[in-house]
Design a protein around this ligand. Sequence first.
Ligand code: CA
Ligand code: CA
Length: 611
Amino acid sequence: MLKQQIMWFRQKLSKCFDLMPYRMKFIYLVIYYAIISLFIAVPIIHAQELGATFCWHYKEIYGGHDYPFNQSIAKKGLPDDNTHWSANTEWWENMVEEIEYSGIDFVALLSRGNQPNAPDRGNGNPIHISKLINAMDARGVNSFKLAIFDDCPNSWTGSMNWDNSNGTLYSTDNPKFDCGNTANYVYIWDYNLKQAIANIPVERRYKINGRMVIIFWSVKSSWMTNMGNGNLKKIIEYIRTQCIATYGFNPYLILNRNWFDVDSQCNSTGVADAVHNWFSAAGGTSYTNYLWNGITTGVVTPGFGHPADPPFIDPSGGQTLVKGLEGTVKSGASLTLCEGFTDAAESAAYWRSEDATYYNYPNQRLNILRQYSKDPYPNSLKVEAETCDYYADLTTGNSGGAFRDGNLDIVKSTDLNGGWHVTGTQPGEYMEWKELPLLTNTKFLLRYKSSDAASINISVDGTALSPINLHQANNMWTTIEAGSYTNLANGLHSVRLTILTGTPDINYFTRNRVNDTLGIENQKNFEKSVLIYPNPLTTSKLFVDLAGFENAEHVQVKIINIQGKTVYQDCLNKPTHLEINTSEILKKSLYFVRIESGQTIMVKKLIVIKN
Ligand SMILES: [Ca+2]
Ligand SMILES: [Ca+2]
């Protein structure tokens, strides 16, 4: 396209060029080259995207225990067989919910390698990425994608020394990583990036212009030697070559600006796709916005360390994060990377925390991220009961023992898509959320089950909506409408869910957009859901109920066995209900029912116990 445009200009101009006087020729040449340089200099602009680094250090899986601030609320009551960090799946399940709730576009996985001669250090081994994928599949999440963050020097020098000492000595500076020695590149590619990519399915990869994104951290003479004379450039070229040869794609590589300080050859065309400039806790800089080759990349930290462990950047009750996102997302960055979704070790985490020293309420950081995402007021937002900012609970202690400390009673849920739910409720108890994004026309839907007749109401900023009766419905999980709220404009509000009568279990509510002009039929489209039954399947006929696909063409339904093989598929037009005769297709086993439509992918587990 670019070539054609240049050719067109060249032909048009050359026709009359010969006939011009000298001065006019000069002016035309200036204009000609100005136009050509515009085409060359302007990069492909993509929409502002927001992501965060994401690590799975075992201390983070345990909630950030040995650091006094910014600990996760979800650190309690995991089943006995699920308590060791490496076996834990519930932590990942909760992280998927938190990331989805924040509305960001991607997380950049801090992969630090899997060394053949040393045990798993629990600081970011790529073999655990599959737990994240499984949790995304189980929850049916497709709202965010996965990039890779190469955390050099941990992933280079640290990995090499851990491997060479057979797992007895971990050092990021002794001996240093020789960047000129190609034998060392196995730590960068074979044992780390190659394995991380392999663990991320193609459709879950975060891409810019169709290319998966890998972001690199810092290079310094205290961690690496022999960085100059094109050696860092050689490393990048090696990664590209290997990635193309192994996976058939050219990765989108974002380098730290300090790579250019030590190897000027990183400036060569085709080495870096974009450049970030990190932040400086020591310099008191909480964000940077760096323009390189026409592309602006932002980096933000919401705070850093604490006064007794300097350098310290004060989170200032969330205002440091707001300032950082204003200076990046709102100041022309086409991609902004936030440090660090799980970074409790440096007090920079975004996860829900009851830290009342530096923040105002548990969901605050997630809410701020959503306000700077591409969709601050999504059509549908799922709000889990157990994640509330405040609650009133009339019994001492958490009788369910799951999810978080305190008096709110929480158990692992048997409802579709897993998660947790609030149980043991009684009249007068409530759960409350601060600064929830409500639309001009909001409808609440409630997910509950109850063994007796019960009722609740939802209130907004202290004003109660009508009470809602919760029918007993054989103690089955049920979704019902739980009230509507209208206002002149979208805005942030306090929402409280109060138990009026009975003892219902509450899983979650969704707050959905109501568009009056579309009418009631189209309102269904805003919440997509898939129900498969009976499950476990005991007969030959499987029923699939679909909601929210009424206007979708080409909805693909697949049943996939545990080997990943598709055993059934169909493509449907605007489906609402499907009956599948499975007698010739399914046998006693576990399957996955996968529904795909445009950007939506929903996966349900199906257990078959018929003979
Ligand atoms: Ca209680
Ligand atoms: Ca829940």
